[in-house]
Design a protein. Structure first.
Length: 310
């Protein structure tokens, strides 16, 4: 993503039809801010949070725009880090990926590629580190994150047990399968490994009834359904091979549908096309939106419904 966030208003069409976007609006980032990854919305008012490439977490509030909100290491230097896209500075500046707000406590949970799992309160500033590893294995590249609004349990992914964000190309070309799905219980401060041997796990989203998670494997080119409750608890199904998925977000309301940002390949040239897909809890593709006109072959990281828009 370049130095803009892109939001658009969209009217649903027929299931499984690929359609264009009627209205597309860009919200410019401030100078020296690049690479927005994930968005966490306030429940009312339209304010949201996003992490950028130089390690900052920004807050957007109309009409004032973006302001610096939080950071994930006490040693981060604004002089060195602000505006950087240098991957080698990641361990110094850090890099936030997944974000989710727990509405009852107003705590913003953070998956940072270098700092691990963190949380910050409504006043922002320095986030509190909650966990840097599980079962004796350090986190290498935290990516996706979601919060159960009922229990407060945090679910998140570690994309690799070998590679960090600086070596993401190797993670992809080697089909590294050392990723994990994990949970964090804020009452006990316990981190639990739910799934192992995942191939580039990226996004995670909890169902409206908290009975299952959907987990996207970007490198593995598939979406998993992990059961939290019921007779299938602690097991998973492979539900979707339709596209190469990135972040995944639950659709508001009682229906069990989700939006995934993904990439499909147009043949015969093998051209990558960025898309958003609405899928059911069983993996059926209900709607597909092409972002080719807006982003050409550049991947998108997230498609999230909020307030009647995506």
């Amino acid at each position: 993503m370049a130095a803009t966030l892109s939001l658009f208003v969209f009217v649903f069409s027929l299931p499984r039809m690929v359609f264009s976007i009627p209205t597309f609006t860009k919200i410019p980032f401030p100078p020296k801010a690049f690479g927005g990854e994930s968005i966490a919305f306030e429940p009312v008012g339209g304010a949201f949070y996003t992490g950028v490439a130089d390690g900052r977490i920004l807050k957007y509030q109309a009409p004032d725009g973006f302001t610096d909100f939080a950071f994930t290491t006490p040693t981060r230097s604004k002089a060195v880090c602000d505006g950087t896209t240098n991957l080698d500075l990641g361990p110094i500046c850090r890099r936030t990926f997944g974000l989710a707000l727990h509405y009852a406590t107003r705590q913003l949970y953070i998956a940072d590629a270098y700092s691990g799992l963190l949380v910050v309160g409504p006043n922002g500033r320095l986030a509190t580190q909650l966990a840097t590893g599980a079962e004796g294995q350090a986190f290498h590249f935290l990516d996706g994150l979601d919060v159960d609004q009922g229990t407060g349990v945090v679910y998140f992914t570690d994309a690799s047990g070998v590679y960090d964000f600086r070596t993401i190309v190797k993670l992809n070309i080697t089909n590294d399968s050392t990723g994990r799905l994990l949970s964090y219980n804020p009452r006990s401060s316990q981190v639990t490994v739910l799934l192992r041997n995942l191939t580039g796990p990226a996004g995670v989203a909890i169902s409206v009834d908290s009975s299952f998670l959907l987990v996207s494997e970007f490198t593995g080119n598939r979406t998993l359904k992990y059961w939290l409750r019921g007779p299938r608890a602690n097991s998973f199904d492979i539900i979707n091979f339709q596209a190469k998925p990135h972040n995944i977000k639950r659709n508001p309301g009682l229906l069990q549908t989700f939006w995934e940002a993904a990439i499909i390949t147009r043949q015969p040239a093998g051209t990558p096309v960025p898309i958003g897909q609405r899928i059911s809890a069983f993996g059926a593709v209900l709607d597909t939106i092409s972002f080719e006109a807006q982003y050409s072959t550049t991947p998108i990281s997230e498609v999230q419904p909020f307030g009647g828009a995506l």
